[in-house]
Design a protein around this ligand. Structure first.
Ligand code: HEC
Length: 127
């Protein structure tokens, strides 16, 4: 009985450790994408604090938007901008761009689903 308990607790401990290292690896990959200035990525236009650069500072942004919305936005900022969903209307108001047909967020290329998930994991650490 005692041996089973030891095996069980080792298993639980192992899984916790594994899921933790997976999560931080993803955020680390996301951070690298975010900071890739050569590729003209996020950091070119975004501060990780609250200061505005070309776009808003992204501290706490994962509490402002749902993950689903962030996926949509990072997949296609222009189409999302045109959708005028509640998050976009709020963003337009904050940026004072209610009358702008185009977003100023231009990505250097299309991000893969995995890259988007990693970047969102990274944004989640900026609380
Ligand atoms: C060329 C500049 C530029 C780049 C590069 C860029 N953004 Fe943006 N981003 C903006 C602007 C500007 C806005 C606000 C919308 C607008 O004014 O058109 C914005 C808005 C956002 C928002 C919504 C913020 C809020 O407060 O609601 C998020 C999240 C975001 N960007 C994430 C990213 C990520 C992640 C990347 C990199 C993969 C990135 N952006 C790359 C300019 C940029």
């Amino acid at each position: 009985m005692k041996r089973y308990l030891i095996v069980l607790s080792l298993l639980v401990f192992g899984c916790t450790l594994l899921s933790y290292s997976y999560a931080s690896a993803d955020a680390a990959k996301g951070e690298a994408i975010f900071n890739d200035l050569k590729a003209g990525n996020c950091k070119t236009c975004h501060d990780t604090g609250e200061k505005r650069k070309v776009g808003p500072g992204l501290k706490g942004d994962t509490t402002r938007h749902s993950k689903e919305w962030l996926v949509k936005w990072l997949n296609d900022p222009q189409a999302t901008w045109e959708s005028n969903d509640p998050d976009v209307l709020d963003l337009k108001k904050r940026m004072k761009k209610e009358d702008k047909p185009k977003t100023a967020m231009k990505l250097p290329g299309k991000l893969s689903e995995e890259q988007i998930a990693n970047v969102i994991d990274y944004l989640d650490t900026l609380k």
